[in-house]
Design a protein around this ligand. Structure first.
Ligand SMILES: Nc1ncnc2c1ncn2[C@@H]1O[C@H](COP(=O)(O)OP(=O)(O)O)[C@@H](O)[C@H]1O
Ligand SMILES: [Mg+2]
Length: 230
């Protein structure tokens, strides 16, 4: 579904991603484990089209998307939840969520809202509240729901557990499992290997812009946990 070949991302002299290959198959959840600065966000941002310095081949469902804008990539079916659970703080929860479906008709948006509320009931309770007033865990769920509102077939989750209490890590893990059941492919990054290994199928350990270890989550568990404490 997603295929990345020989990806390079550099900022001035810093090589953030250094010749990386990665695949995500349909319905698969692939995890990228790495310490701060490993290049995880640079990779995710290159896939959604937010880094102008990315070089290499990125194909989505057989189509080369390297030259497309991030809006065009989103329209093809790639959802994106950025690092640091960025929400629009003064906008309502509902408007935040539906901002991911801005190109869809009113009817589609309202259907999508009903589906998302069925998965995340707190969205309905808090729909009129400014998103900036929510807890960190709730904001992360709003960010994921926004990415989901565009009905993606591939979802990019950049460090969804960052800074969250265990109870919220569990809730987000539950949300990820629901998306897996809907057949959505997921590429997620994490520094926190332990909870992430529980929800992914396949993983890579990344360091200094390169993949150092790849395998099923069982196979990479040792290497991933070691990376967590770097
Ligand atoms: N916008 C930027 N400008 C300059 N350097 C950057 C920028 N974004 C990231 N970097 C550098 O690229 C490297 C990889 O960063 P990043 O992709 O954010 O890693 P991670 O998400 O794994 O923490 C780091 O050395 C970081 O300092
Ligand atoms: Mg990052």
């Amino acid at each position: 579904m997603l295929s990345i070949r020989d990806l390079h991302v550099a900022y001035g002299g810093t090589r953030a991603v250094d010749g990386l290959d990665l695949d995500v198959a349909a319905g698969q959840t692939v995890l990228l484990i790495g310490a701060n600065g490993a290049g995880k966000s640079s990779l995710i941002n290159a896939v959604i089209g937010l880094v102008s310095s990315a070089r290499g081949q990125i194909t989505f469902e057989g189509r080369n998307i390297s030259g497309l804008s991030s809006d065009a990539r989103a329209r093809l079916g790639i959802g994106y939840s950025p690092e640091g659970r960025r929400v629009f703080p003064s906008m309502s929860v509902k408007d935040n969520v539906l901002s991911g479906a801005a190109t869809k008709s009113q009817r589609e948006q309202s259907e999508r809202w009903d589906q998302l509320v069925a998965s995340f009931p707190f969205l309905a309770e808090r729909q009129a509240q400014p998103a900036g007033q929510l807890s960190g865990g709730q904001q992360q769920l709003v960010a994921i729901a926004r990415a989901m509102s565009g009905t993606p077939r591939l979802l990019l989750l950049d460090e969804p557990f960052l800074g969250l209490a265990p109870v919220w890590i569990q809730q987000i893990s539950t949300a990820v499992r629901q998306m897996q059941e809907q057949g959505i492919a997921i590429l997620m990054t994490e520094q926190m290997a332990r909870p992430a290994l529980k929800i992914a199928h396949y993983g890579h350990v990344m360091r200094s812009g390169q993949i150092r270890r790849s395998g099923t989550t069982d196979e990479i568990k040792g290497a991933a946990l070691a990376e967590e404490y770097l």
